[in-house]
Design a protein around this ligand. Structure first.
Ligand code: HEC
Length: 154
């Protein structure tokens, strides 16, 4: 019996990579986050968007144009997770459960067309980040930094 269940578990682990992603912290940028962001975010944060430096230099212009900073690579994205703009992904995507005002972050709406899709994609982001803190870079402790997962690939 014991042997049987080990076999079953091994099969699930081998075959169920992406299905299990959420609950096992196996979410990676390449396999899950980038493909989802291509669908949900790149219309405004894609290849034709400015770098974060260009964006910061003229935020007003880009925001009026509904263009956000470019987030098309792993490096560009983690800047907003635990880099110079740490917590930006979490503050903007949170559904209101962790924000001081109880309101969702202003990018939460773009996570999907339905409430269900938004919940699913928020969960995916949460699993990938591994440590859903809304703190800014200056507030992050060494312990916070250790808790981030943000795996690029398997
Ligand atoms: C319709 C256009 C649009 C879509 C789609 C969109 N965004 Fe944005 N995003 C913007 C604009 C414009 C800004 C800059 C204005 C602001 O800060 O609200 C922004 C800002 C941000 C910021 C803050 C950047 C900073 O400088 O700190 C983050 C993080 C972010 N978006 C993440 C996302 C994610 C993740 C998605 C997909 C789930 C997404 N956005 C989808 C337009 C968009």
């Amino acid at each position: 019996m014991k042997k049987m269940s080990m076999v079953a578990i091994t099969l699930v682990l081998l075959g169920g990579g992406s299905a299990l992603a959420g609950s096992h912290g196996q979410v990676t940028y390449n396999d899950h986050i980038k493909p989802m962001m291509e669908q949900q975010c790149f219309a405004c944060h894609g290849e034709s968007s400015p770098s974060i430096e260009e964006f910061d230099a003229d935020q007003k212009k880009y925001t009026t144009m509904m263009v956000g900073p470019r987030m098309t690579t792993y490096q560009e994205l983690v800047h907003f997770v635990n880099g110079d703009d740490a917590g930006a992904i979490m503050r903007r995507l949170d559904d209101g459960k962790n924000t001081p005002t109880g309101k969702p972050g202003n990018m939460n709406i773009y996570l999907g067309d339905s409430a269900e899709a938004r919940i699913k994609n928020l969960d995916l982001f949460k699993s990938w980040v591994g440590h859903w803190t809304l703190k800014r870079q200056a507030e992050l402790t060494a312990e916070d930094h250790e808790l981030f997962q943000i795996m690029e690939k398997r």
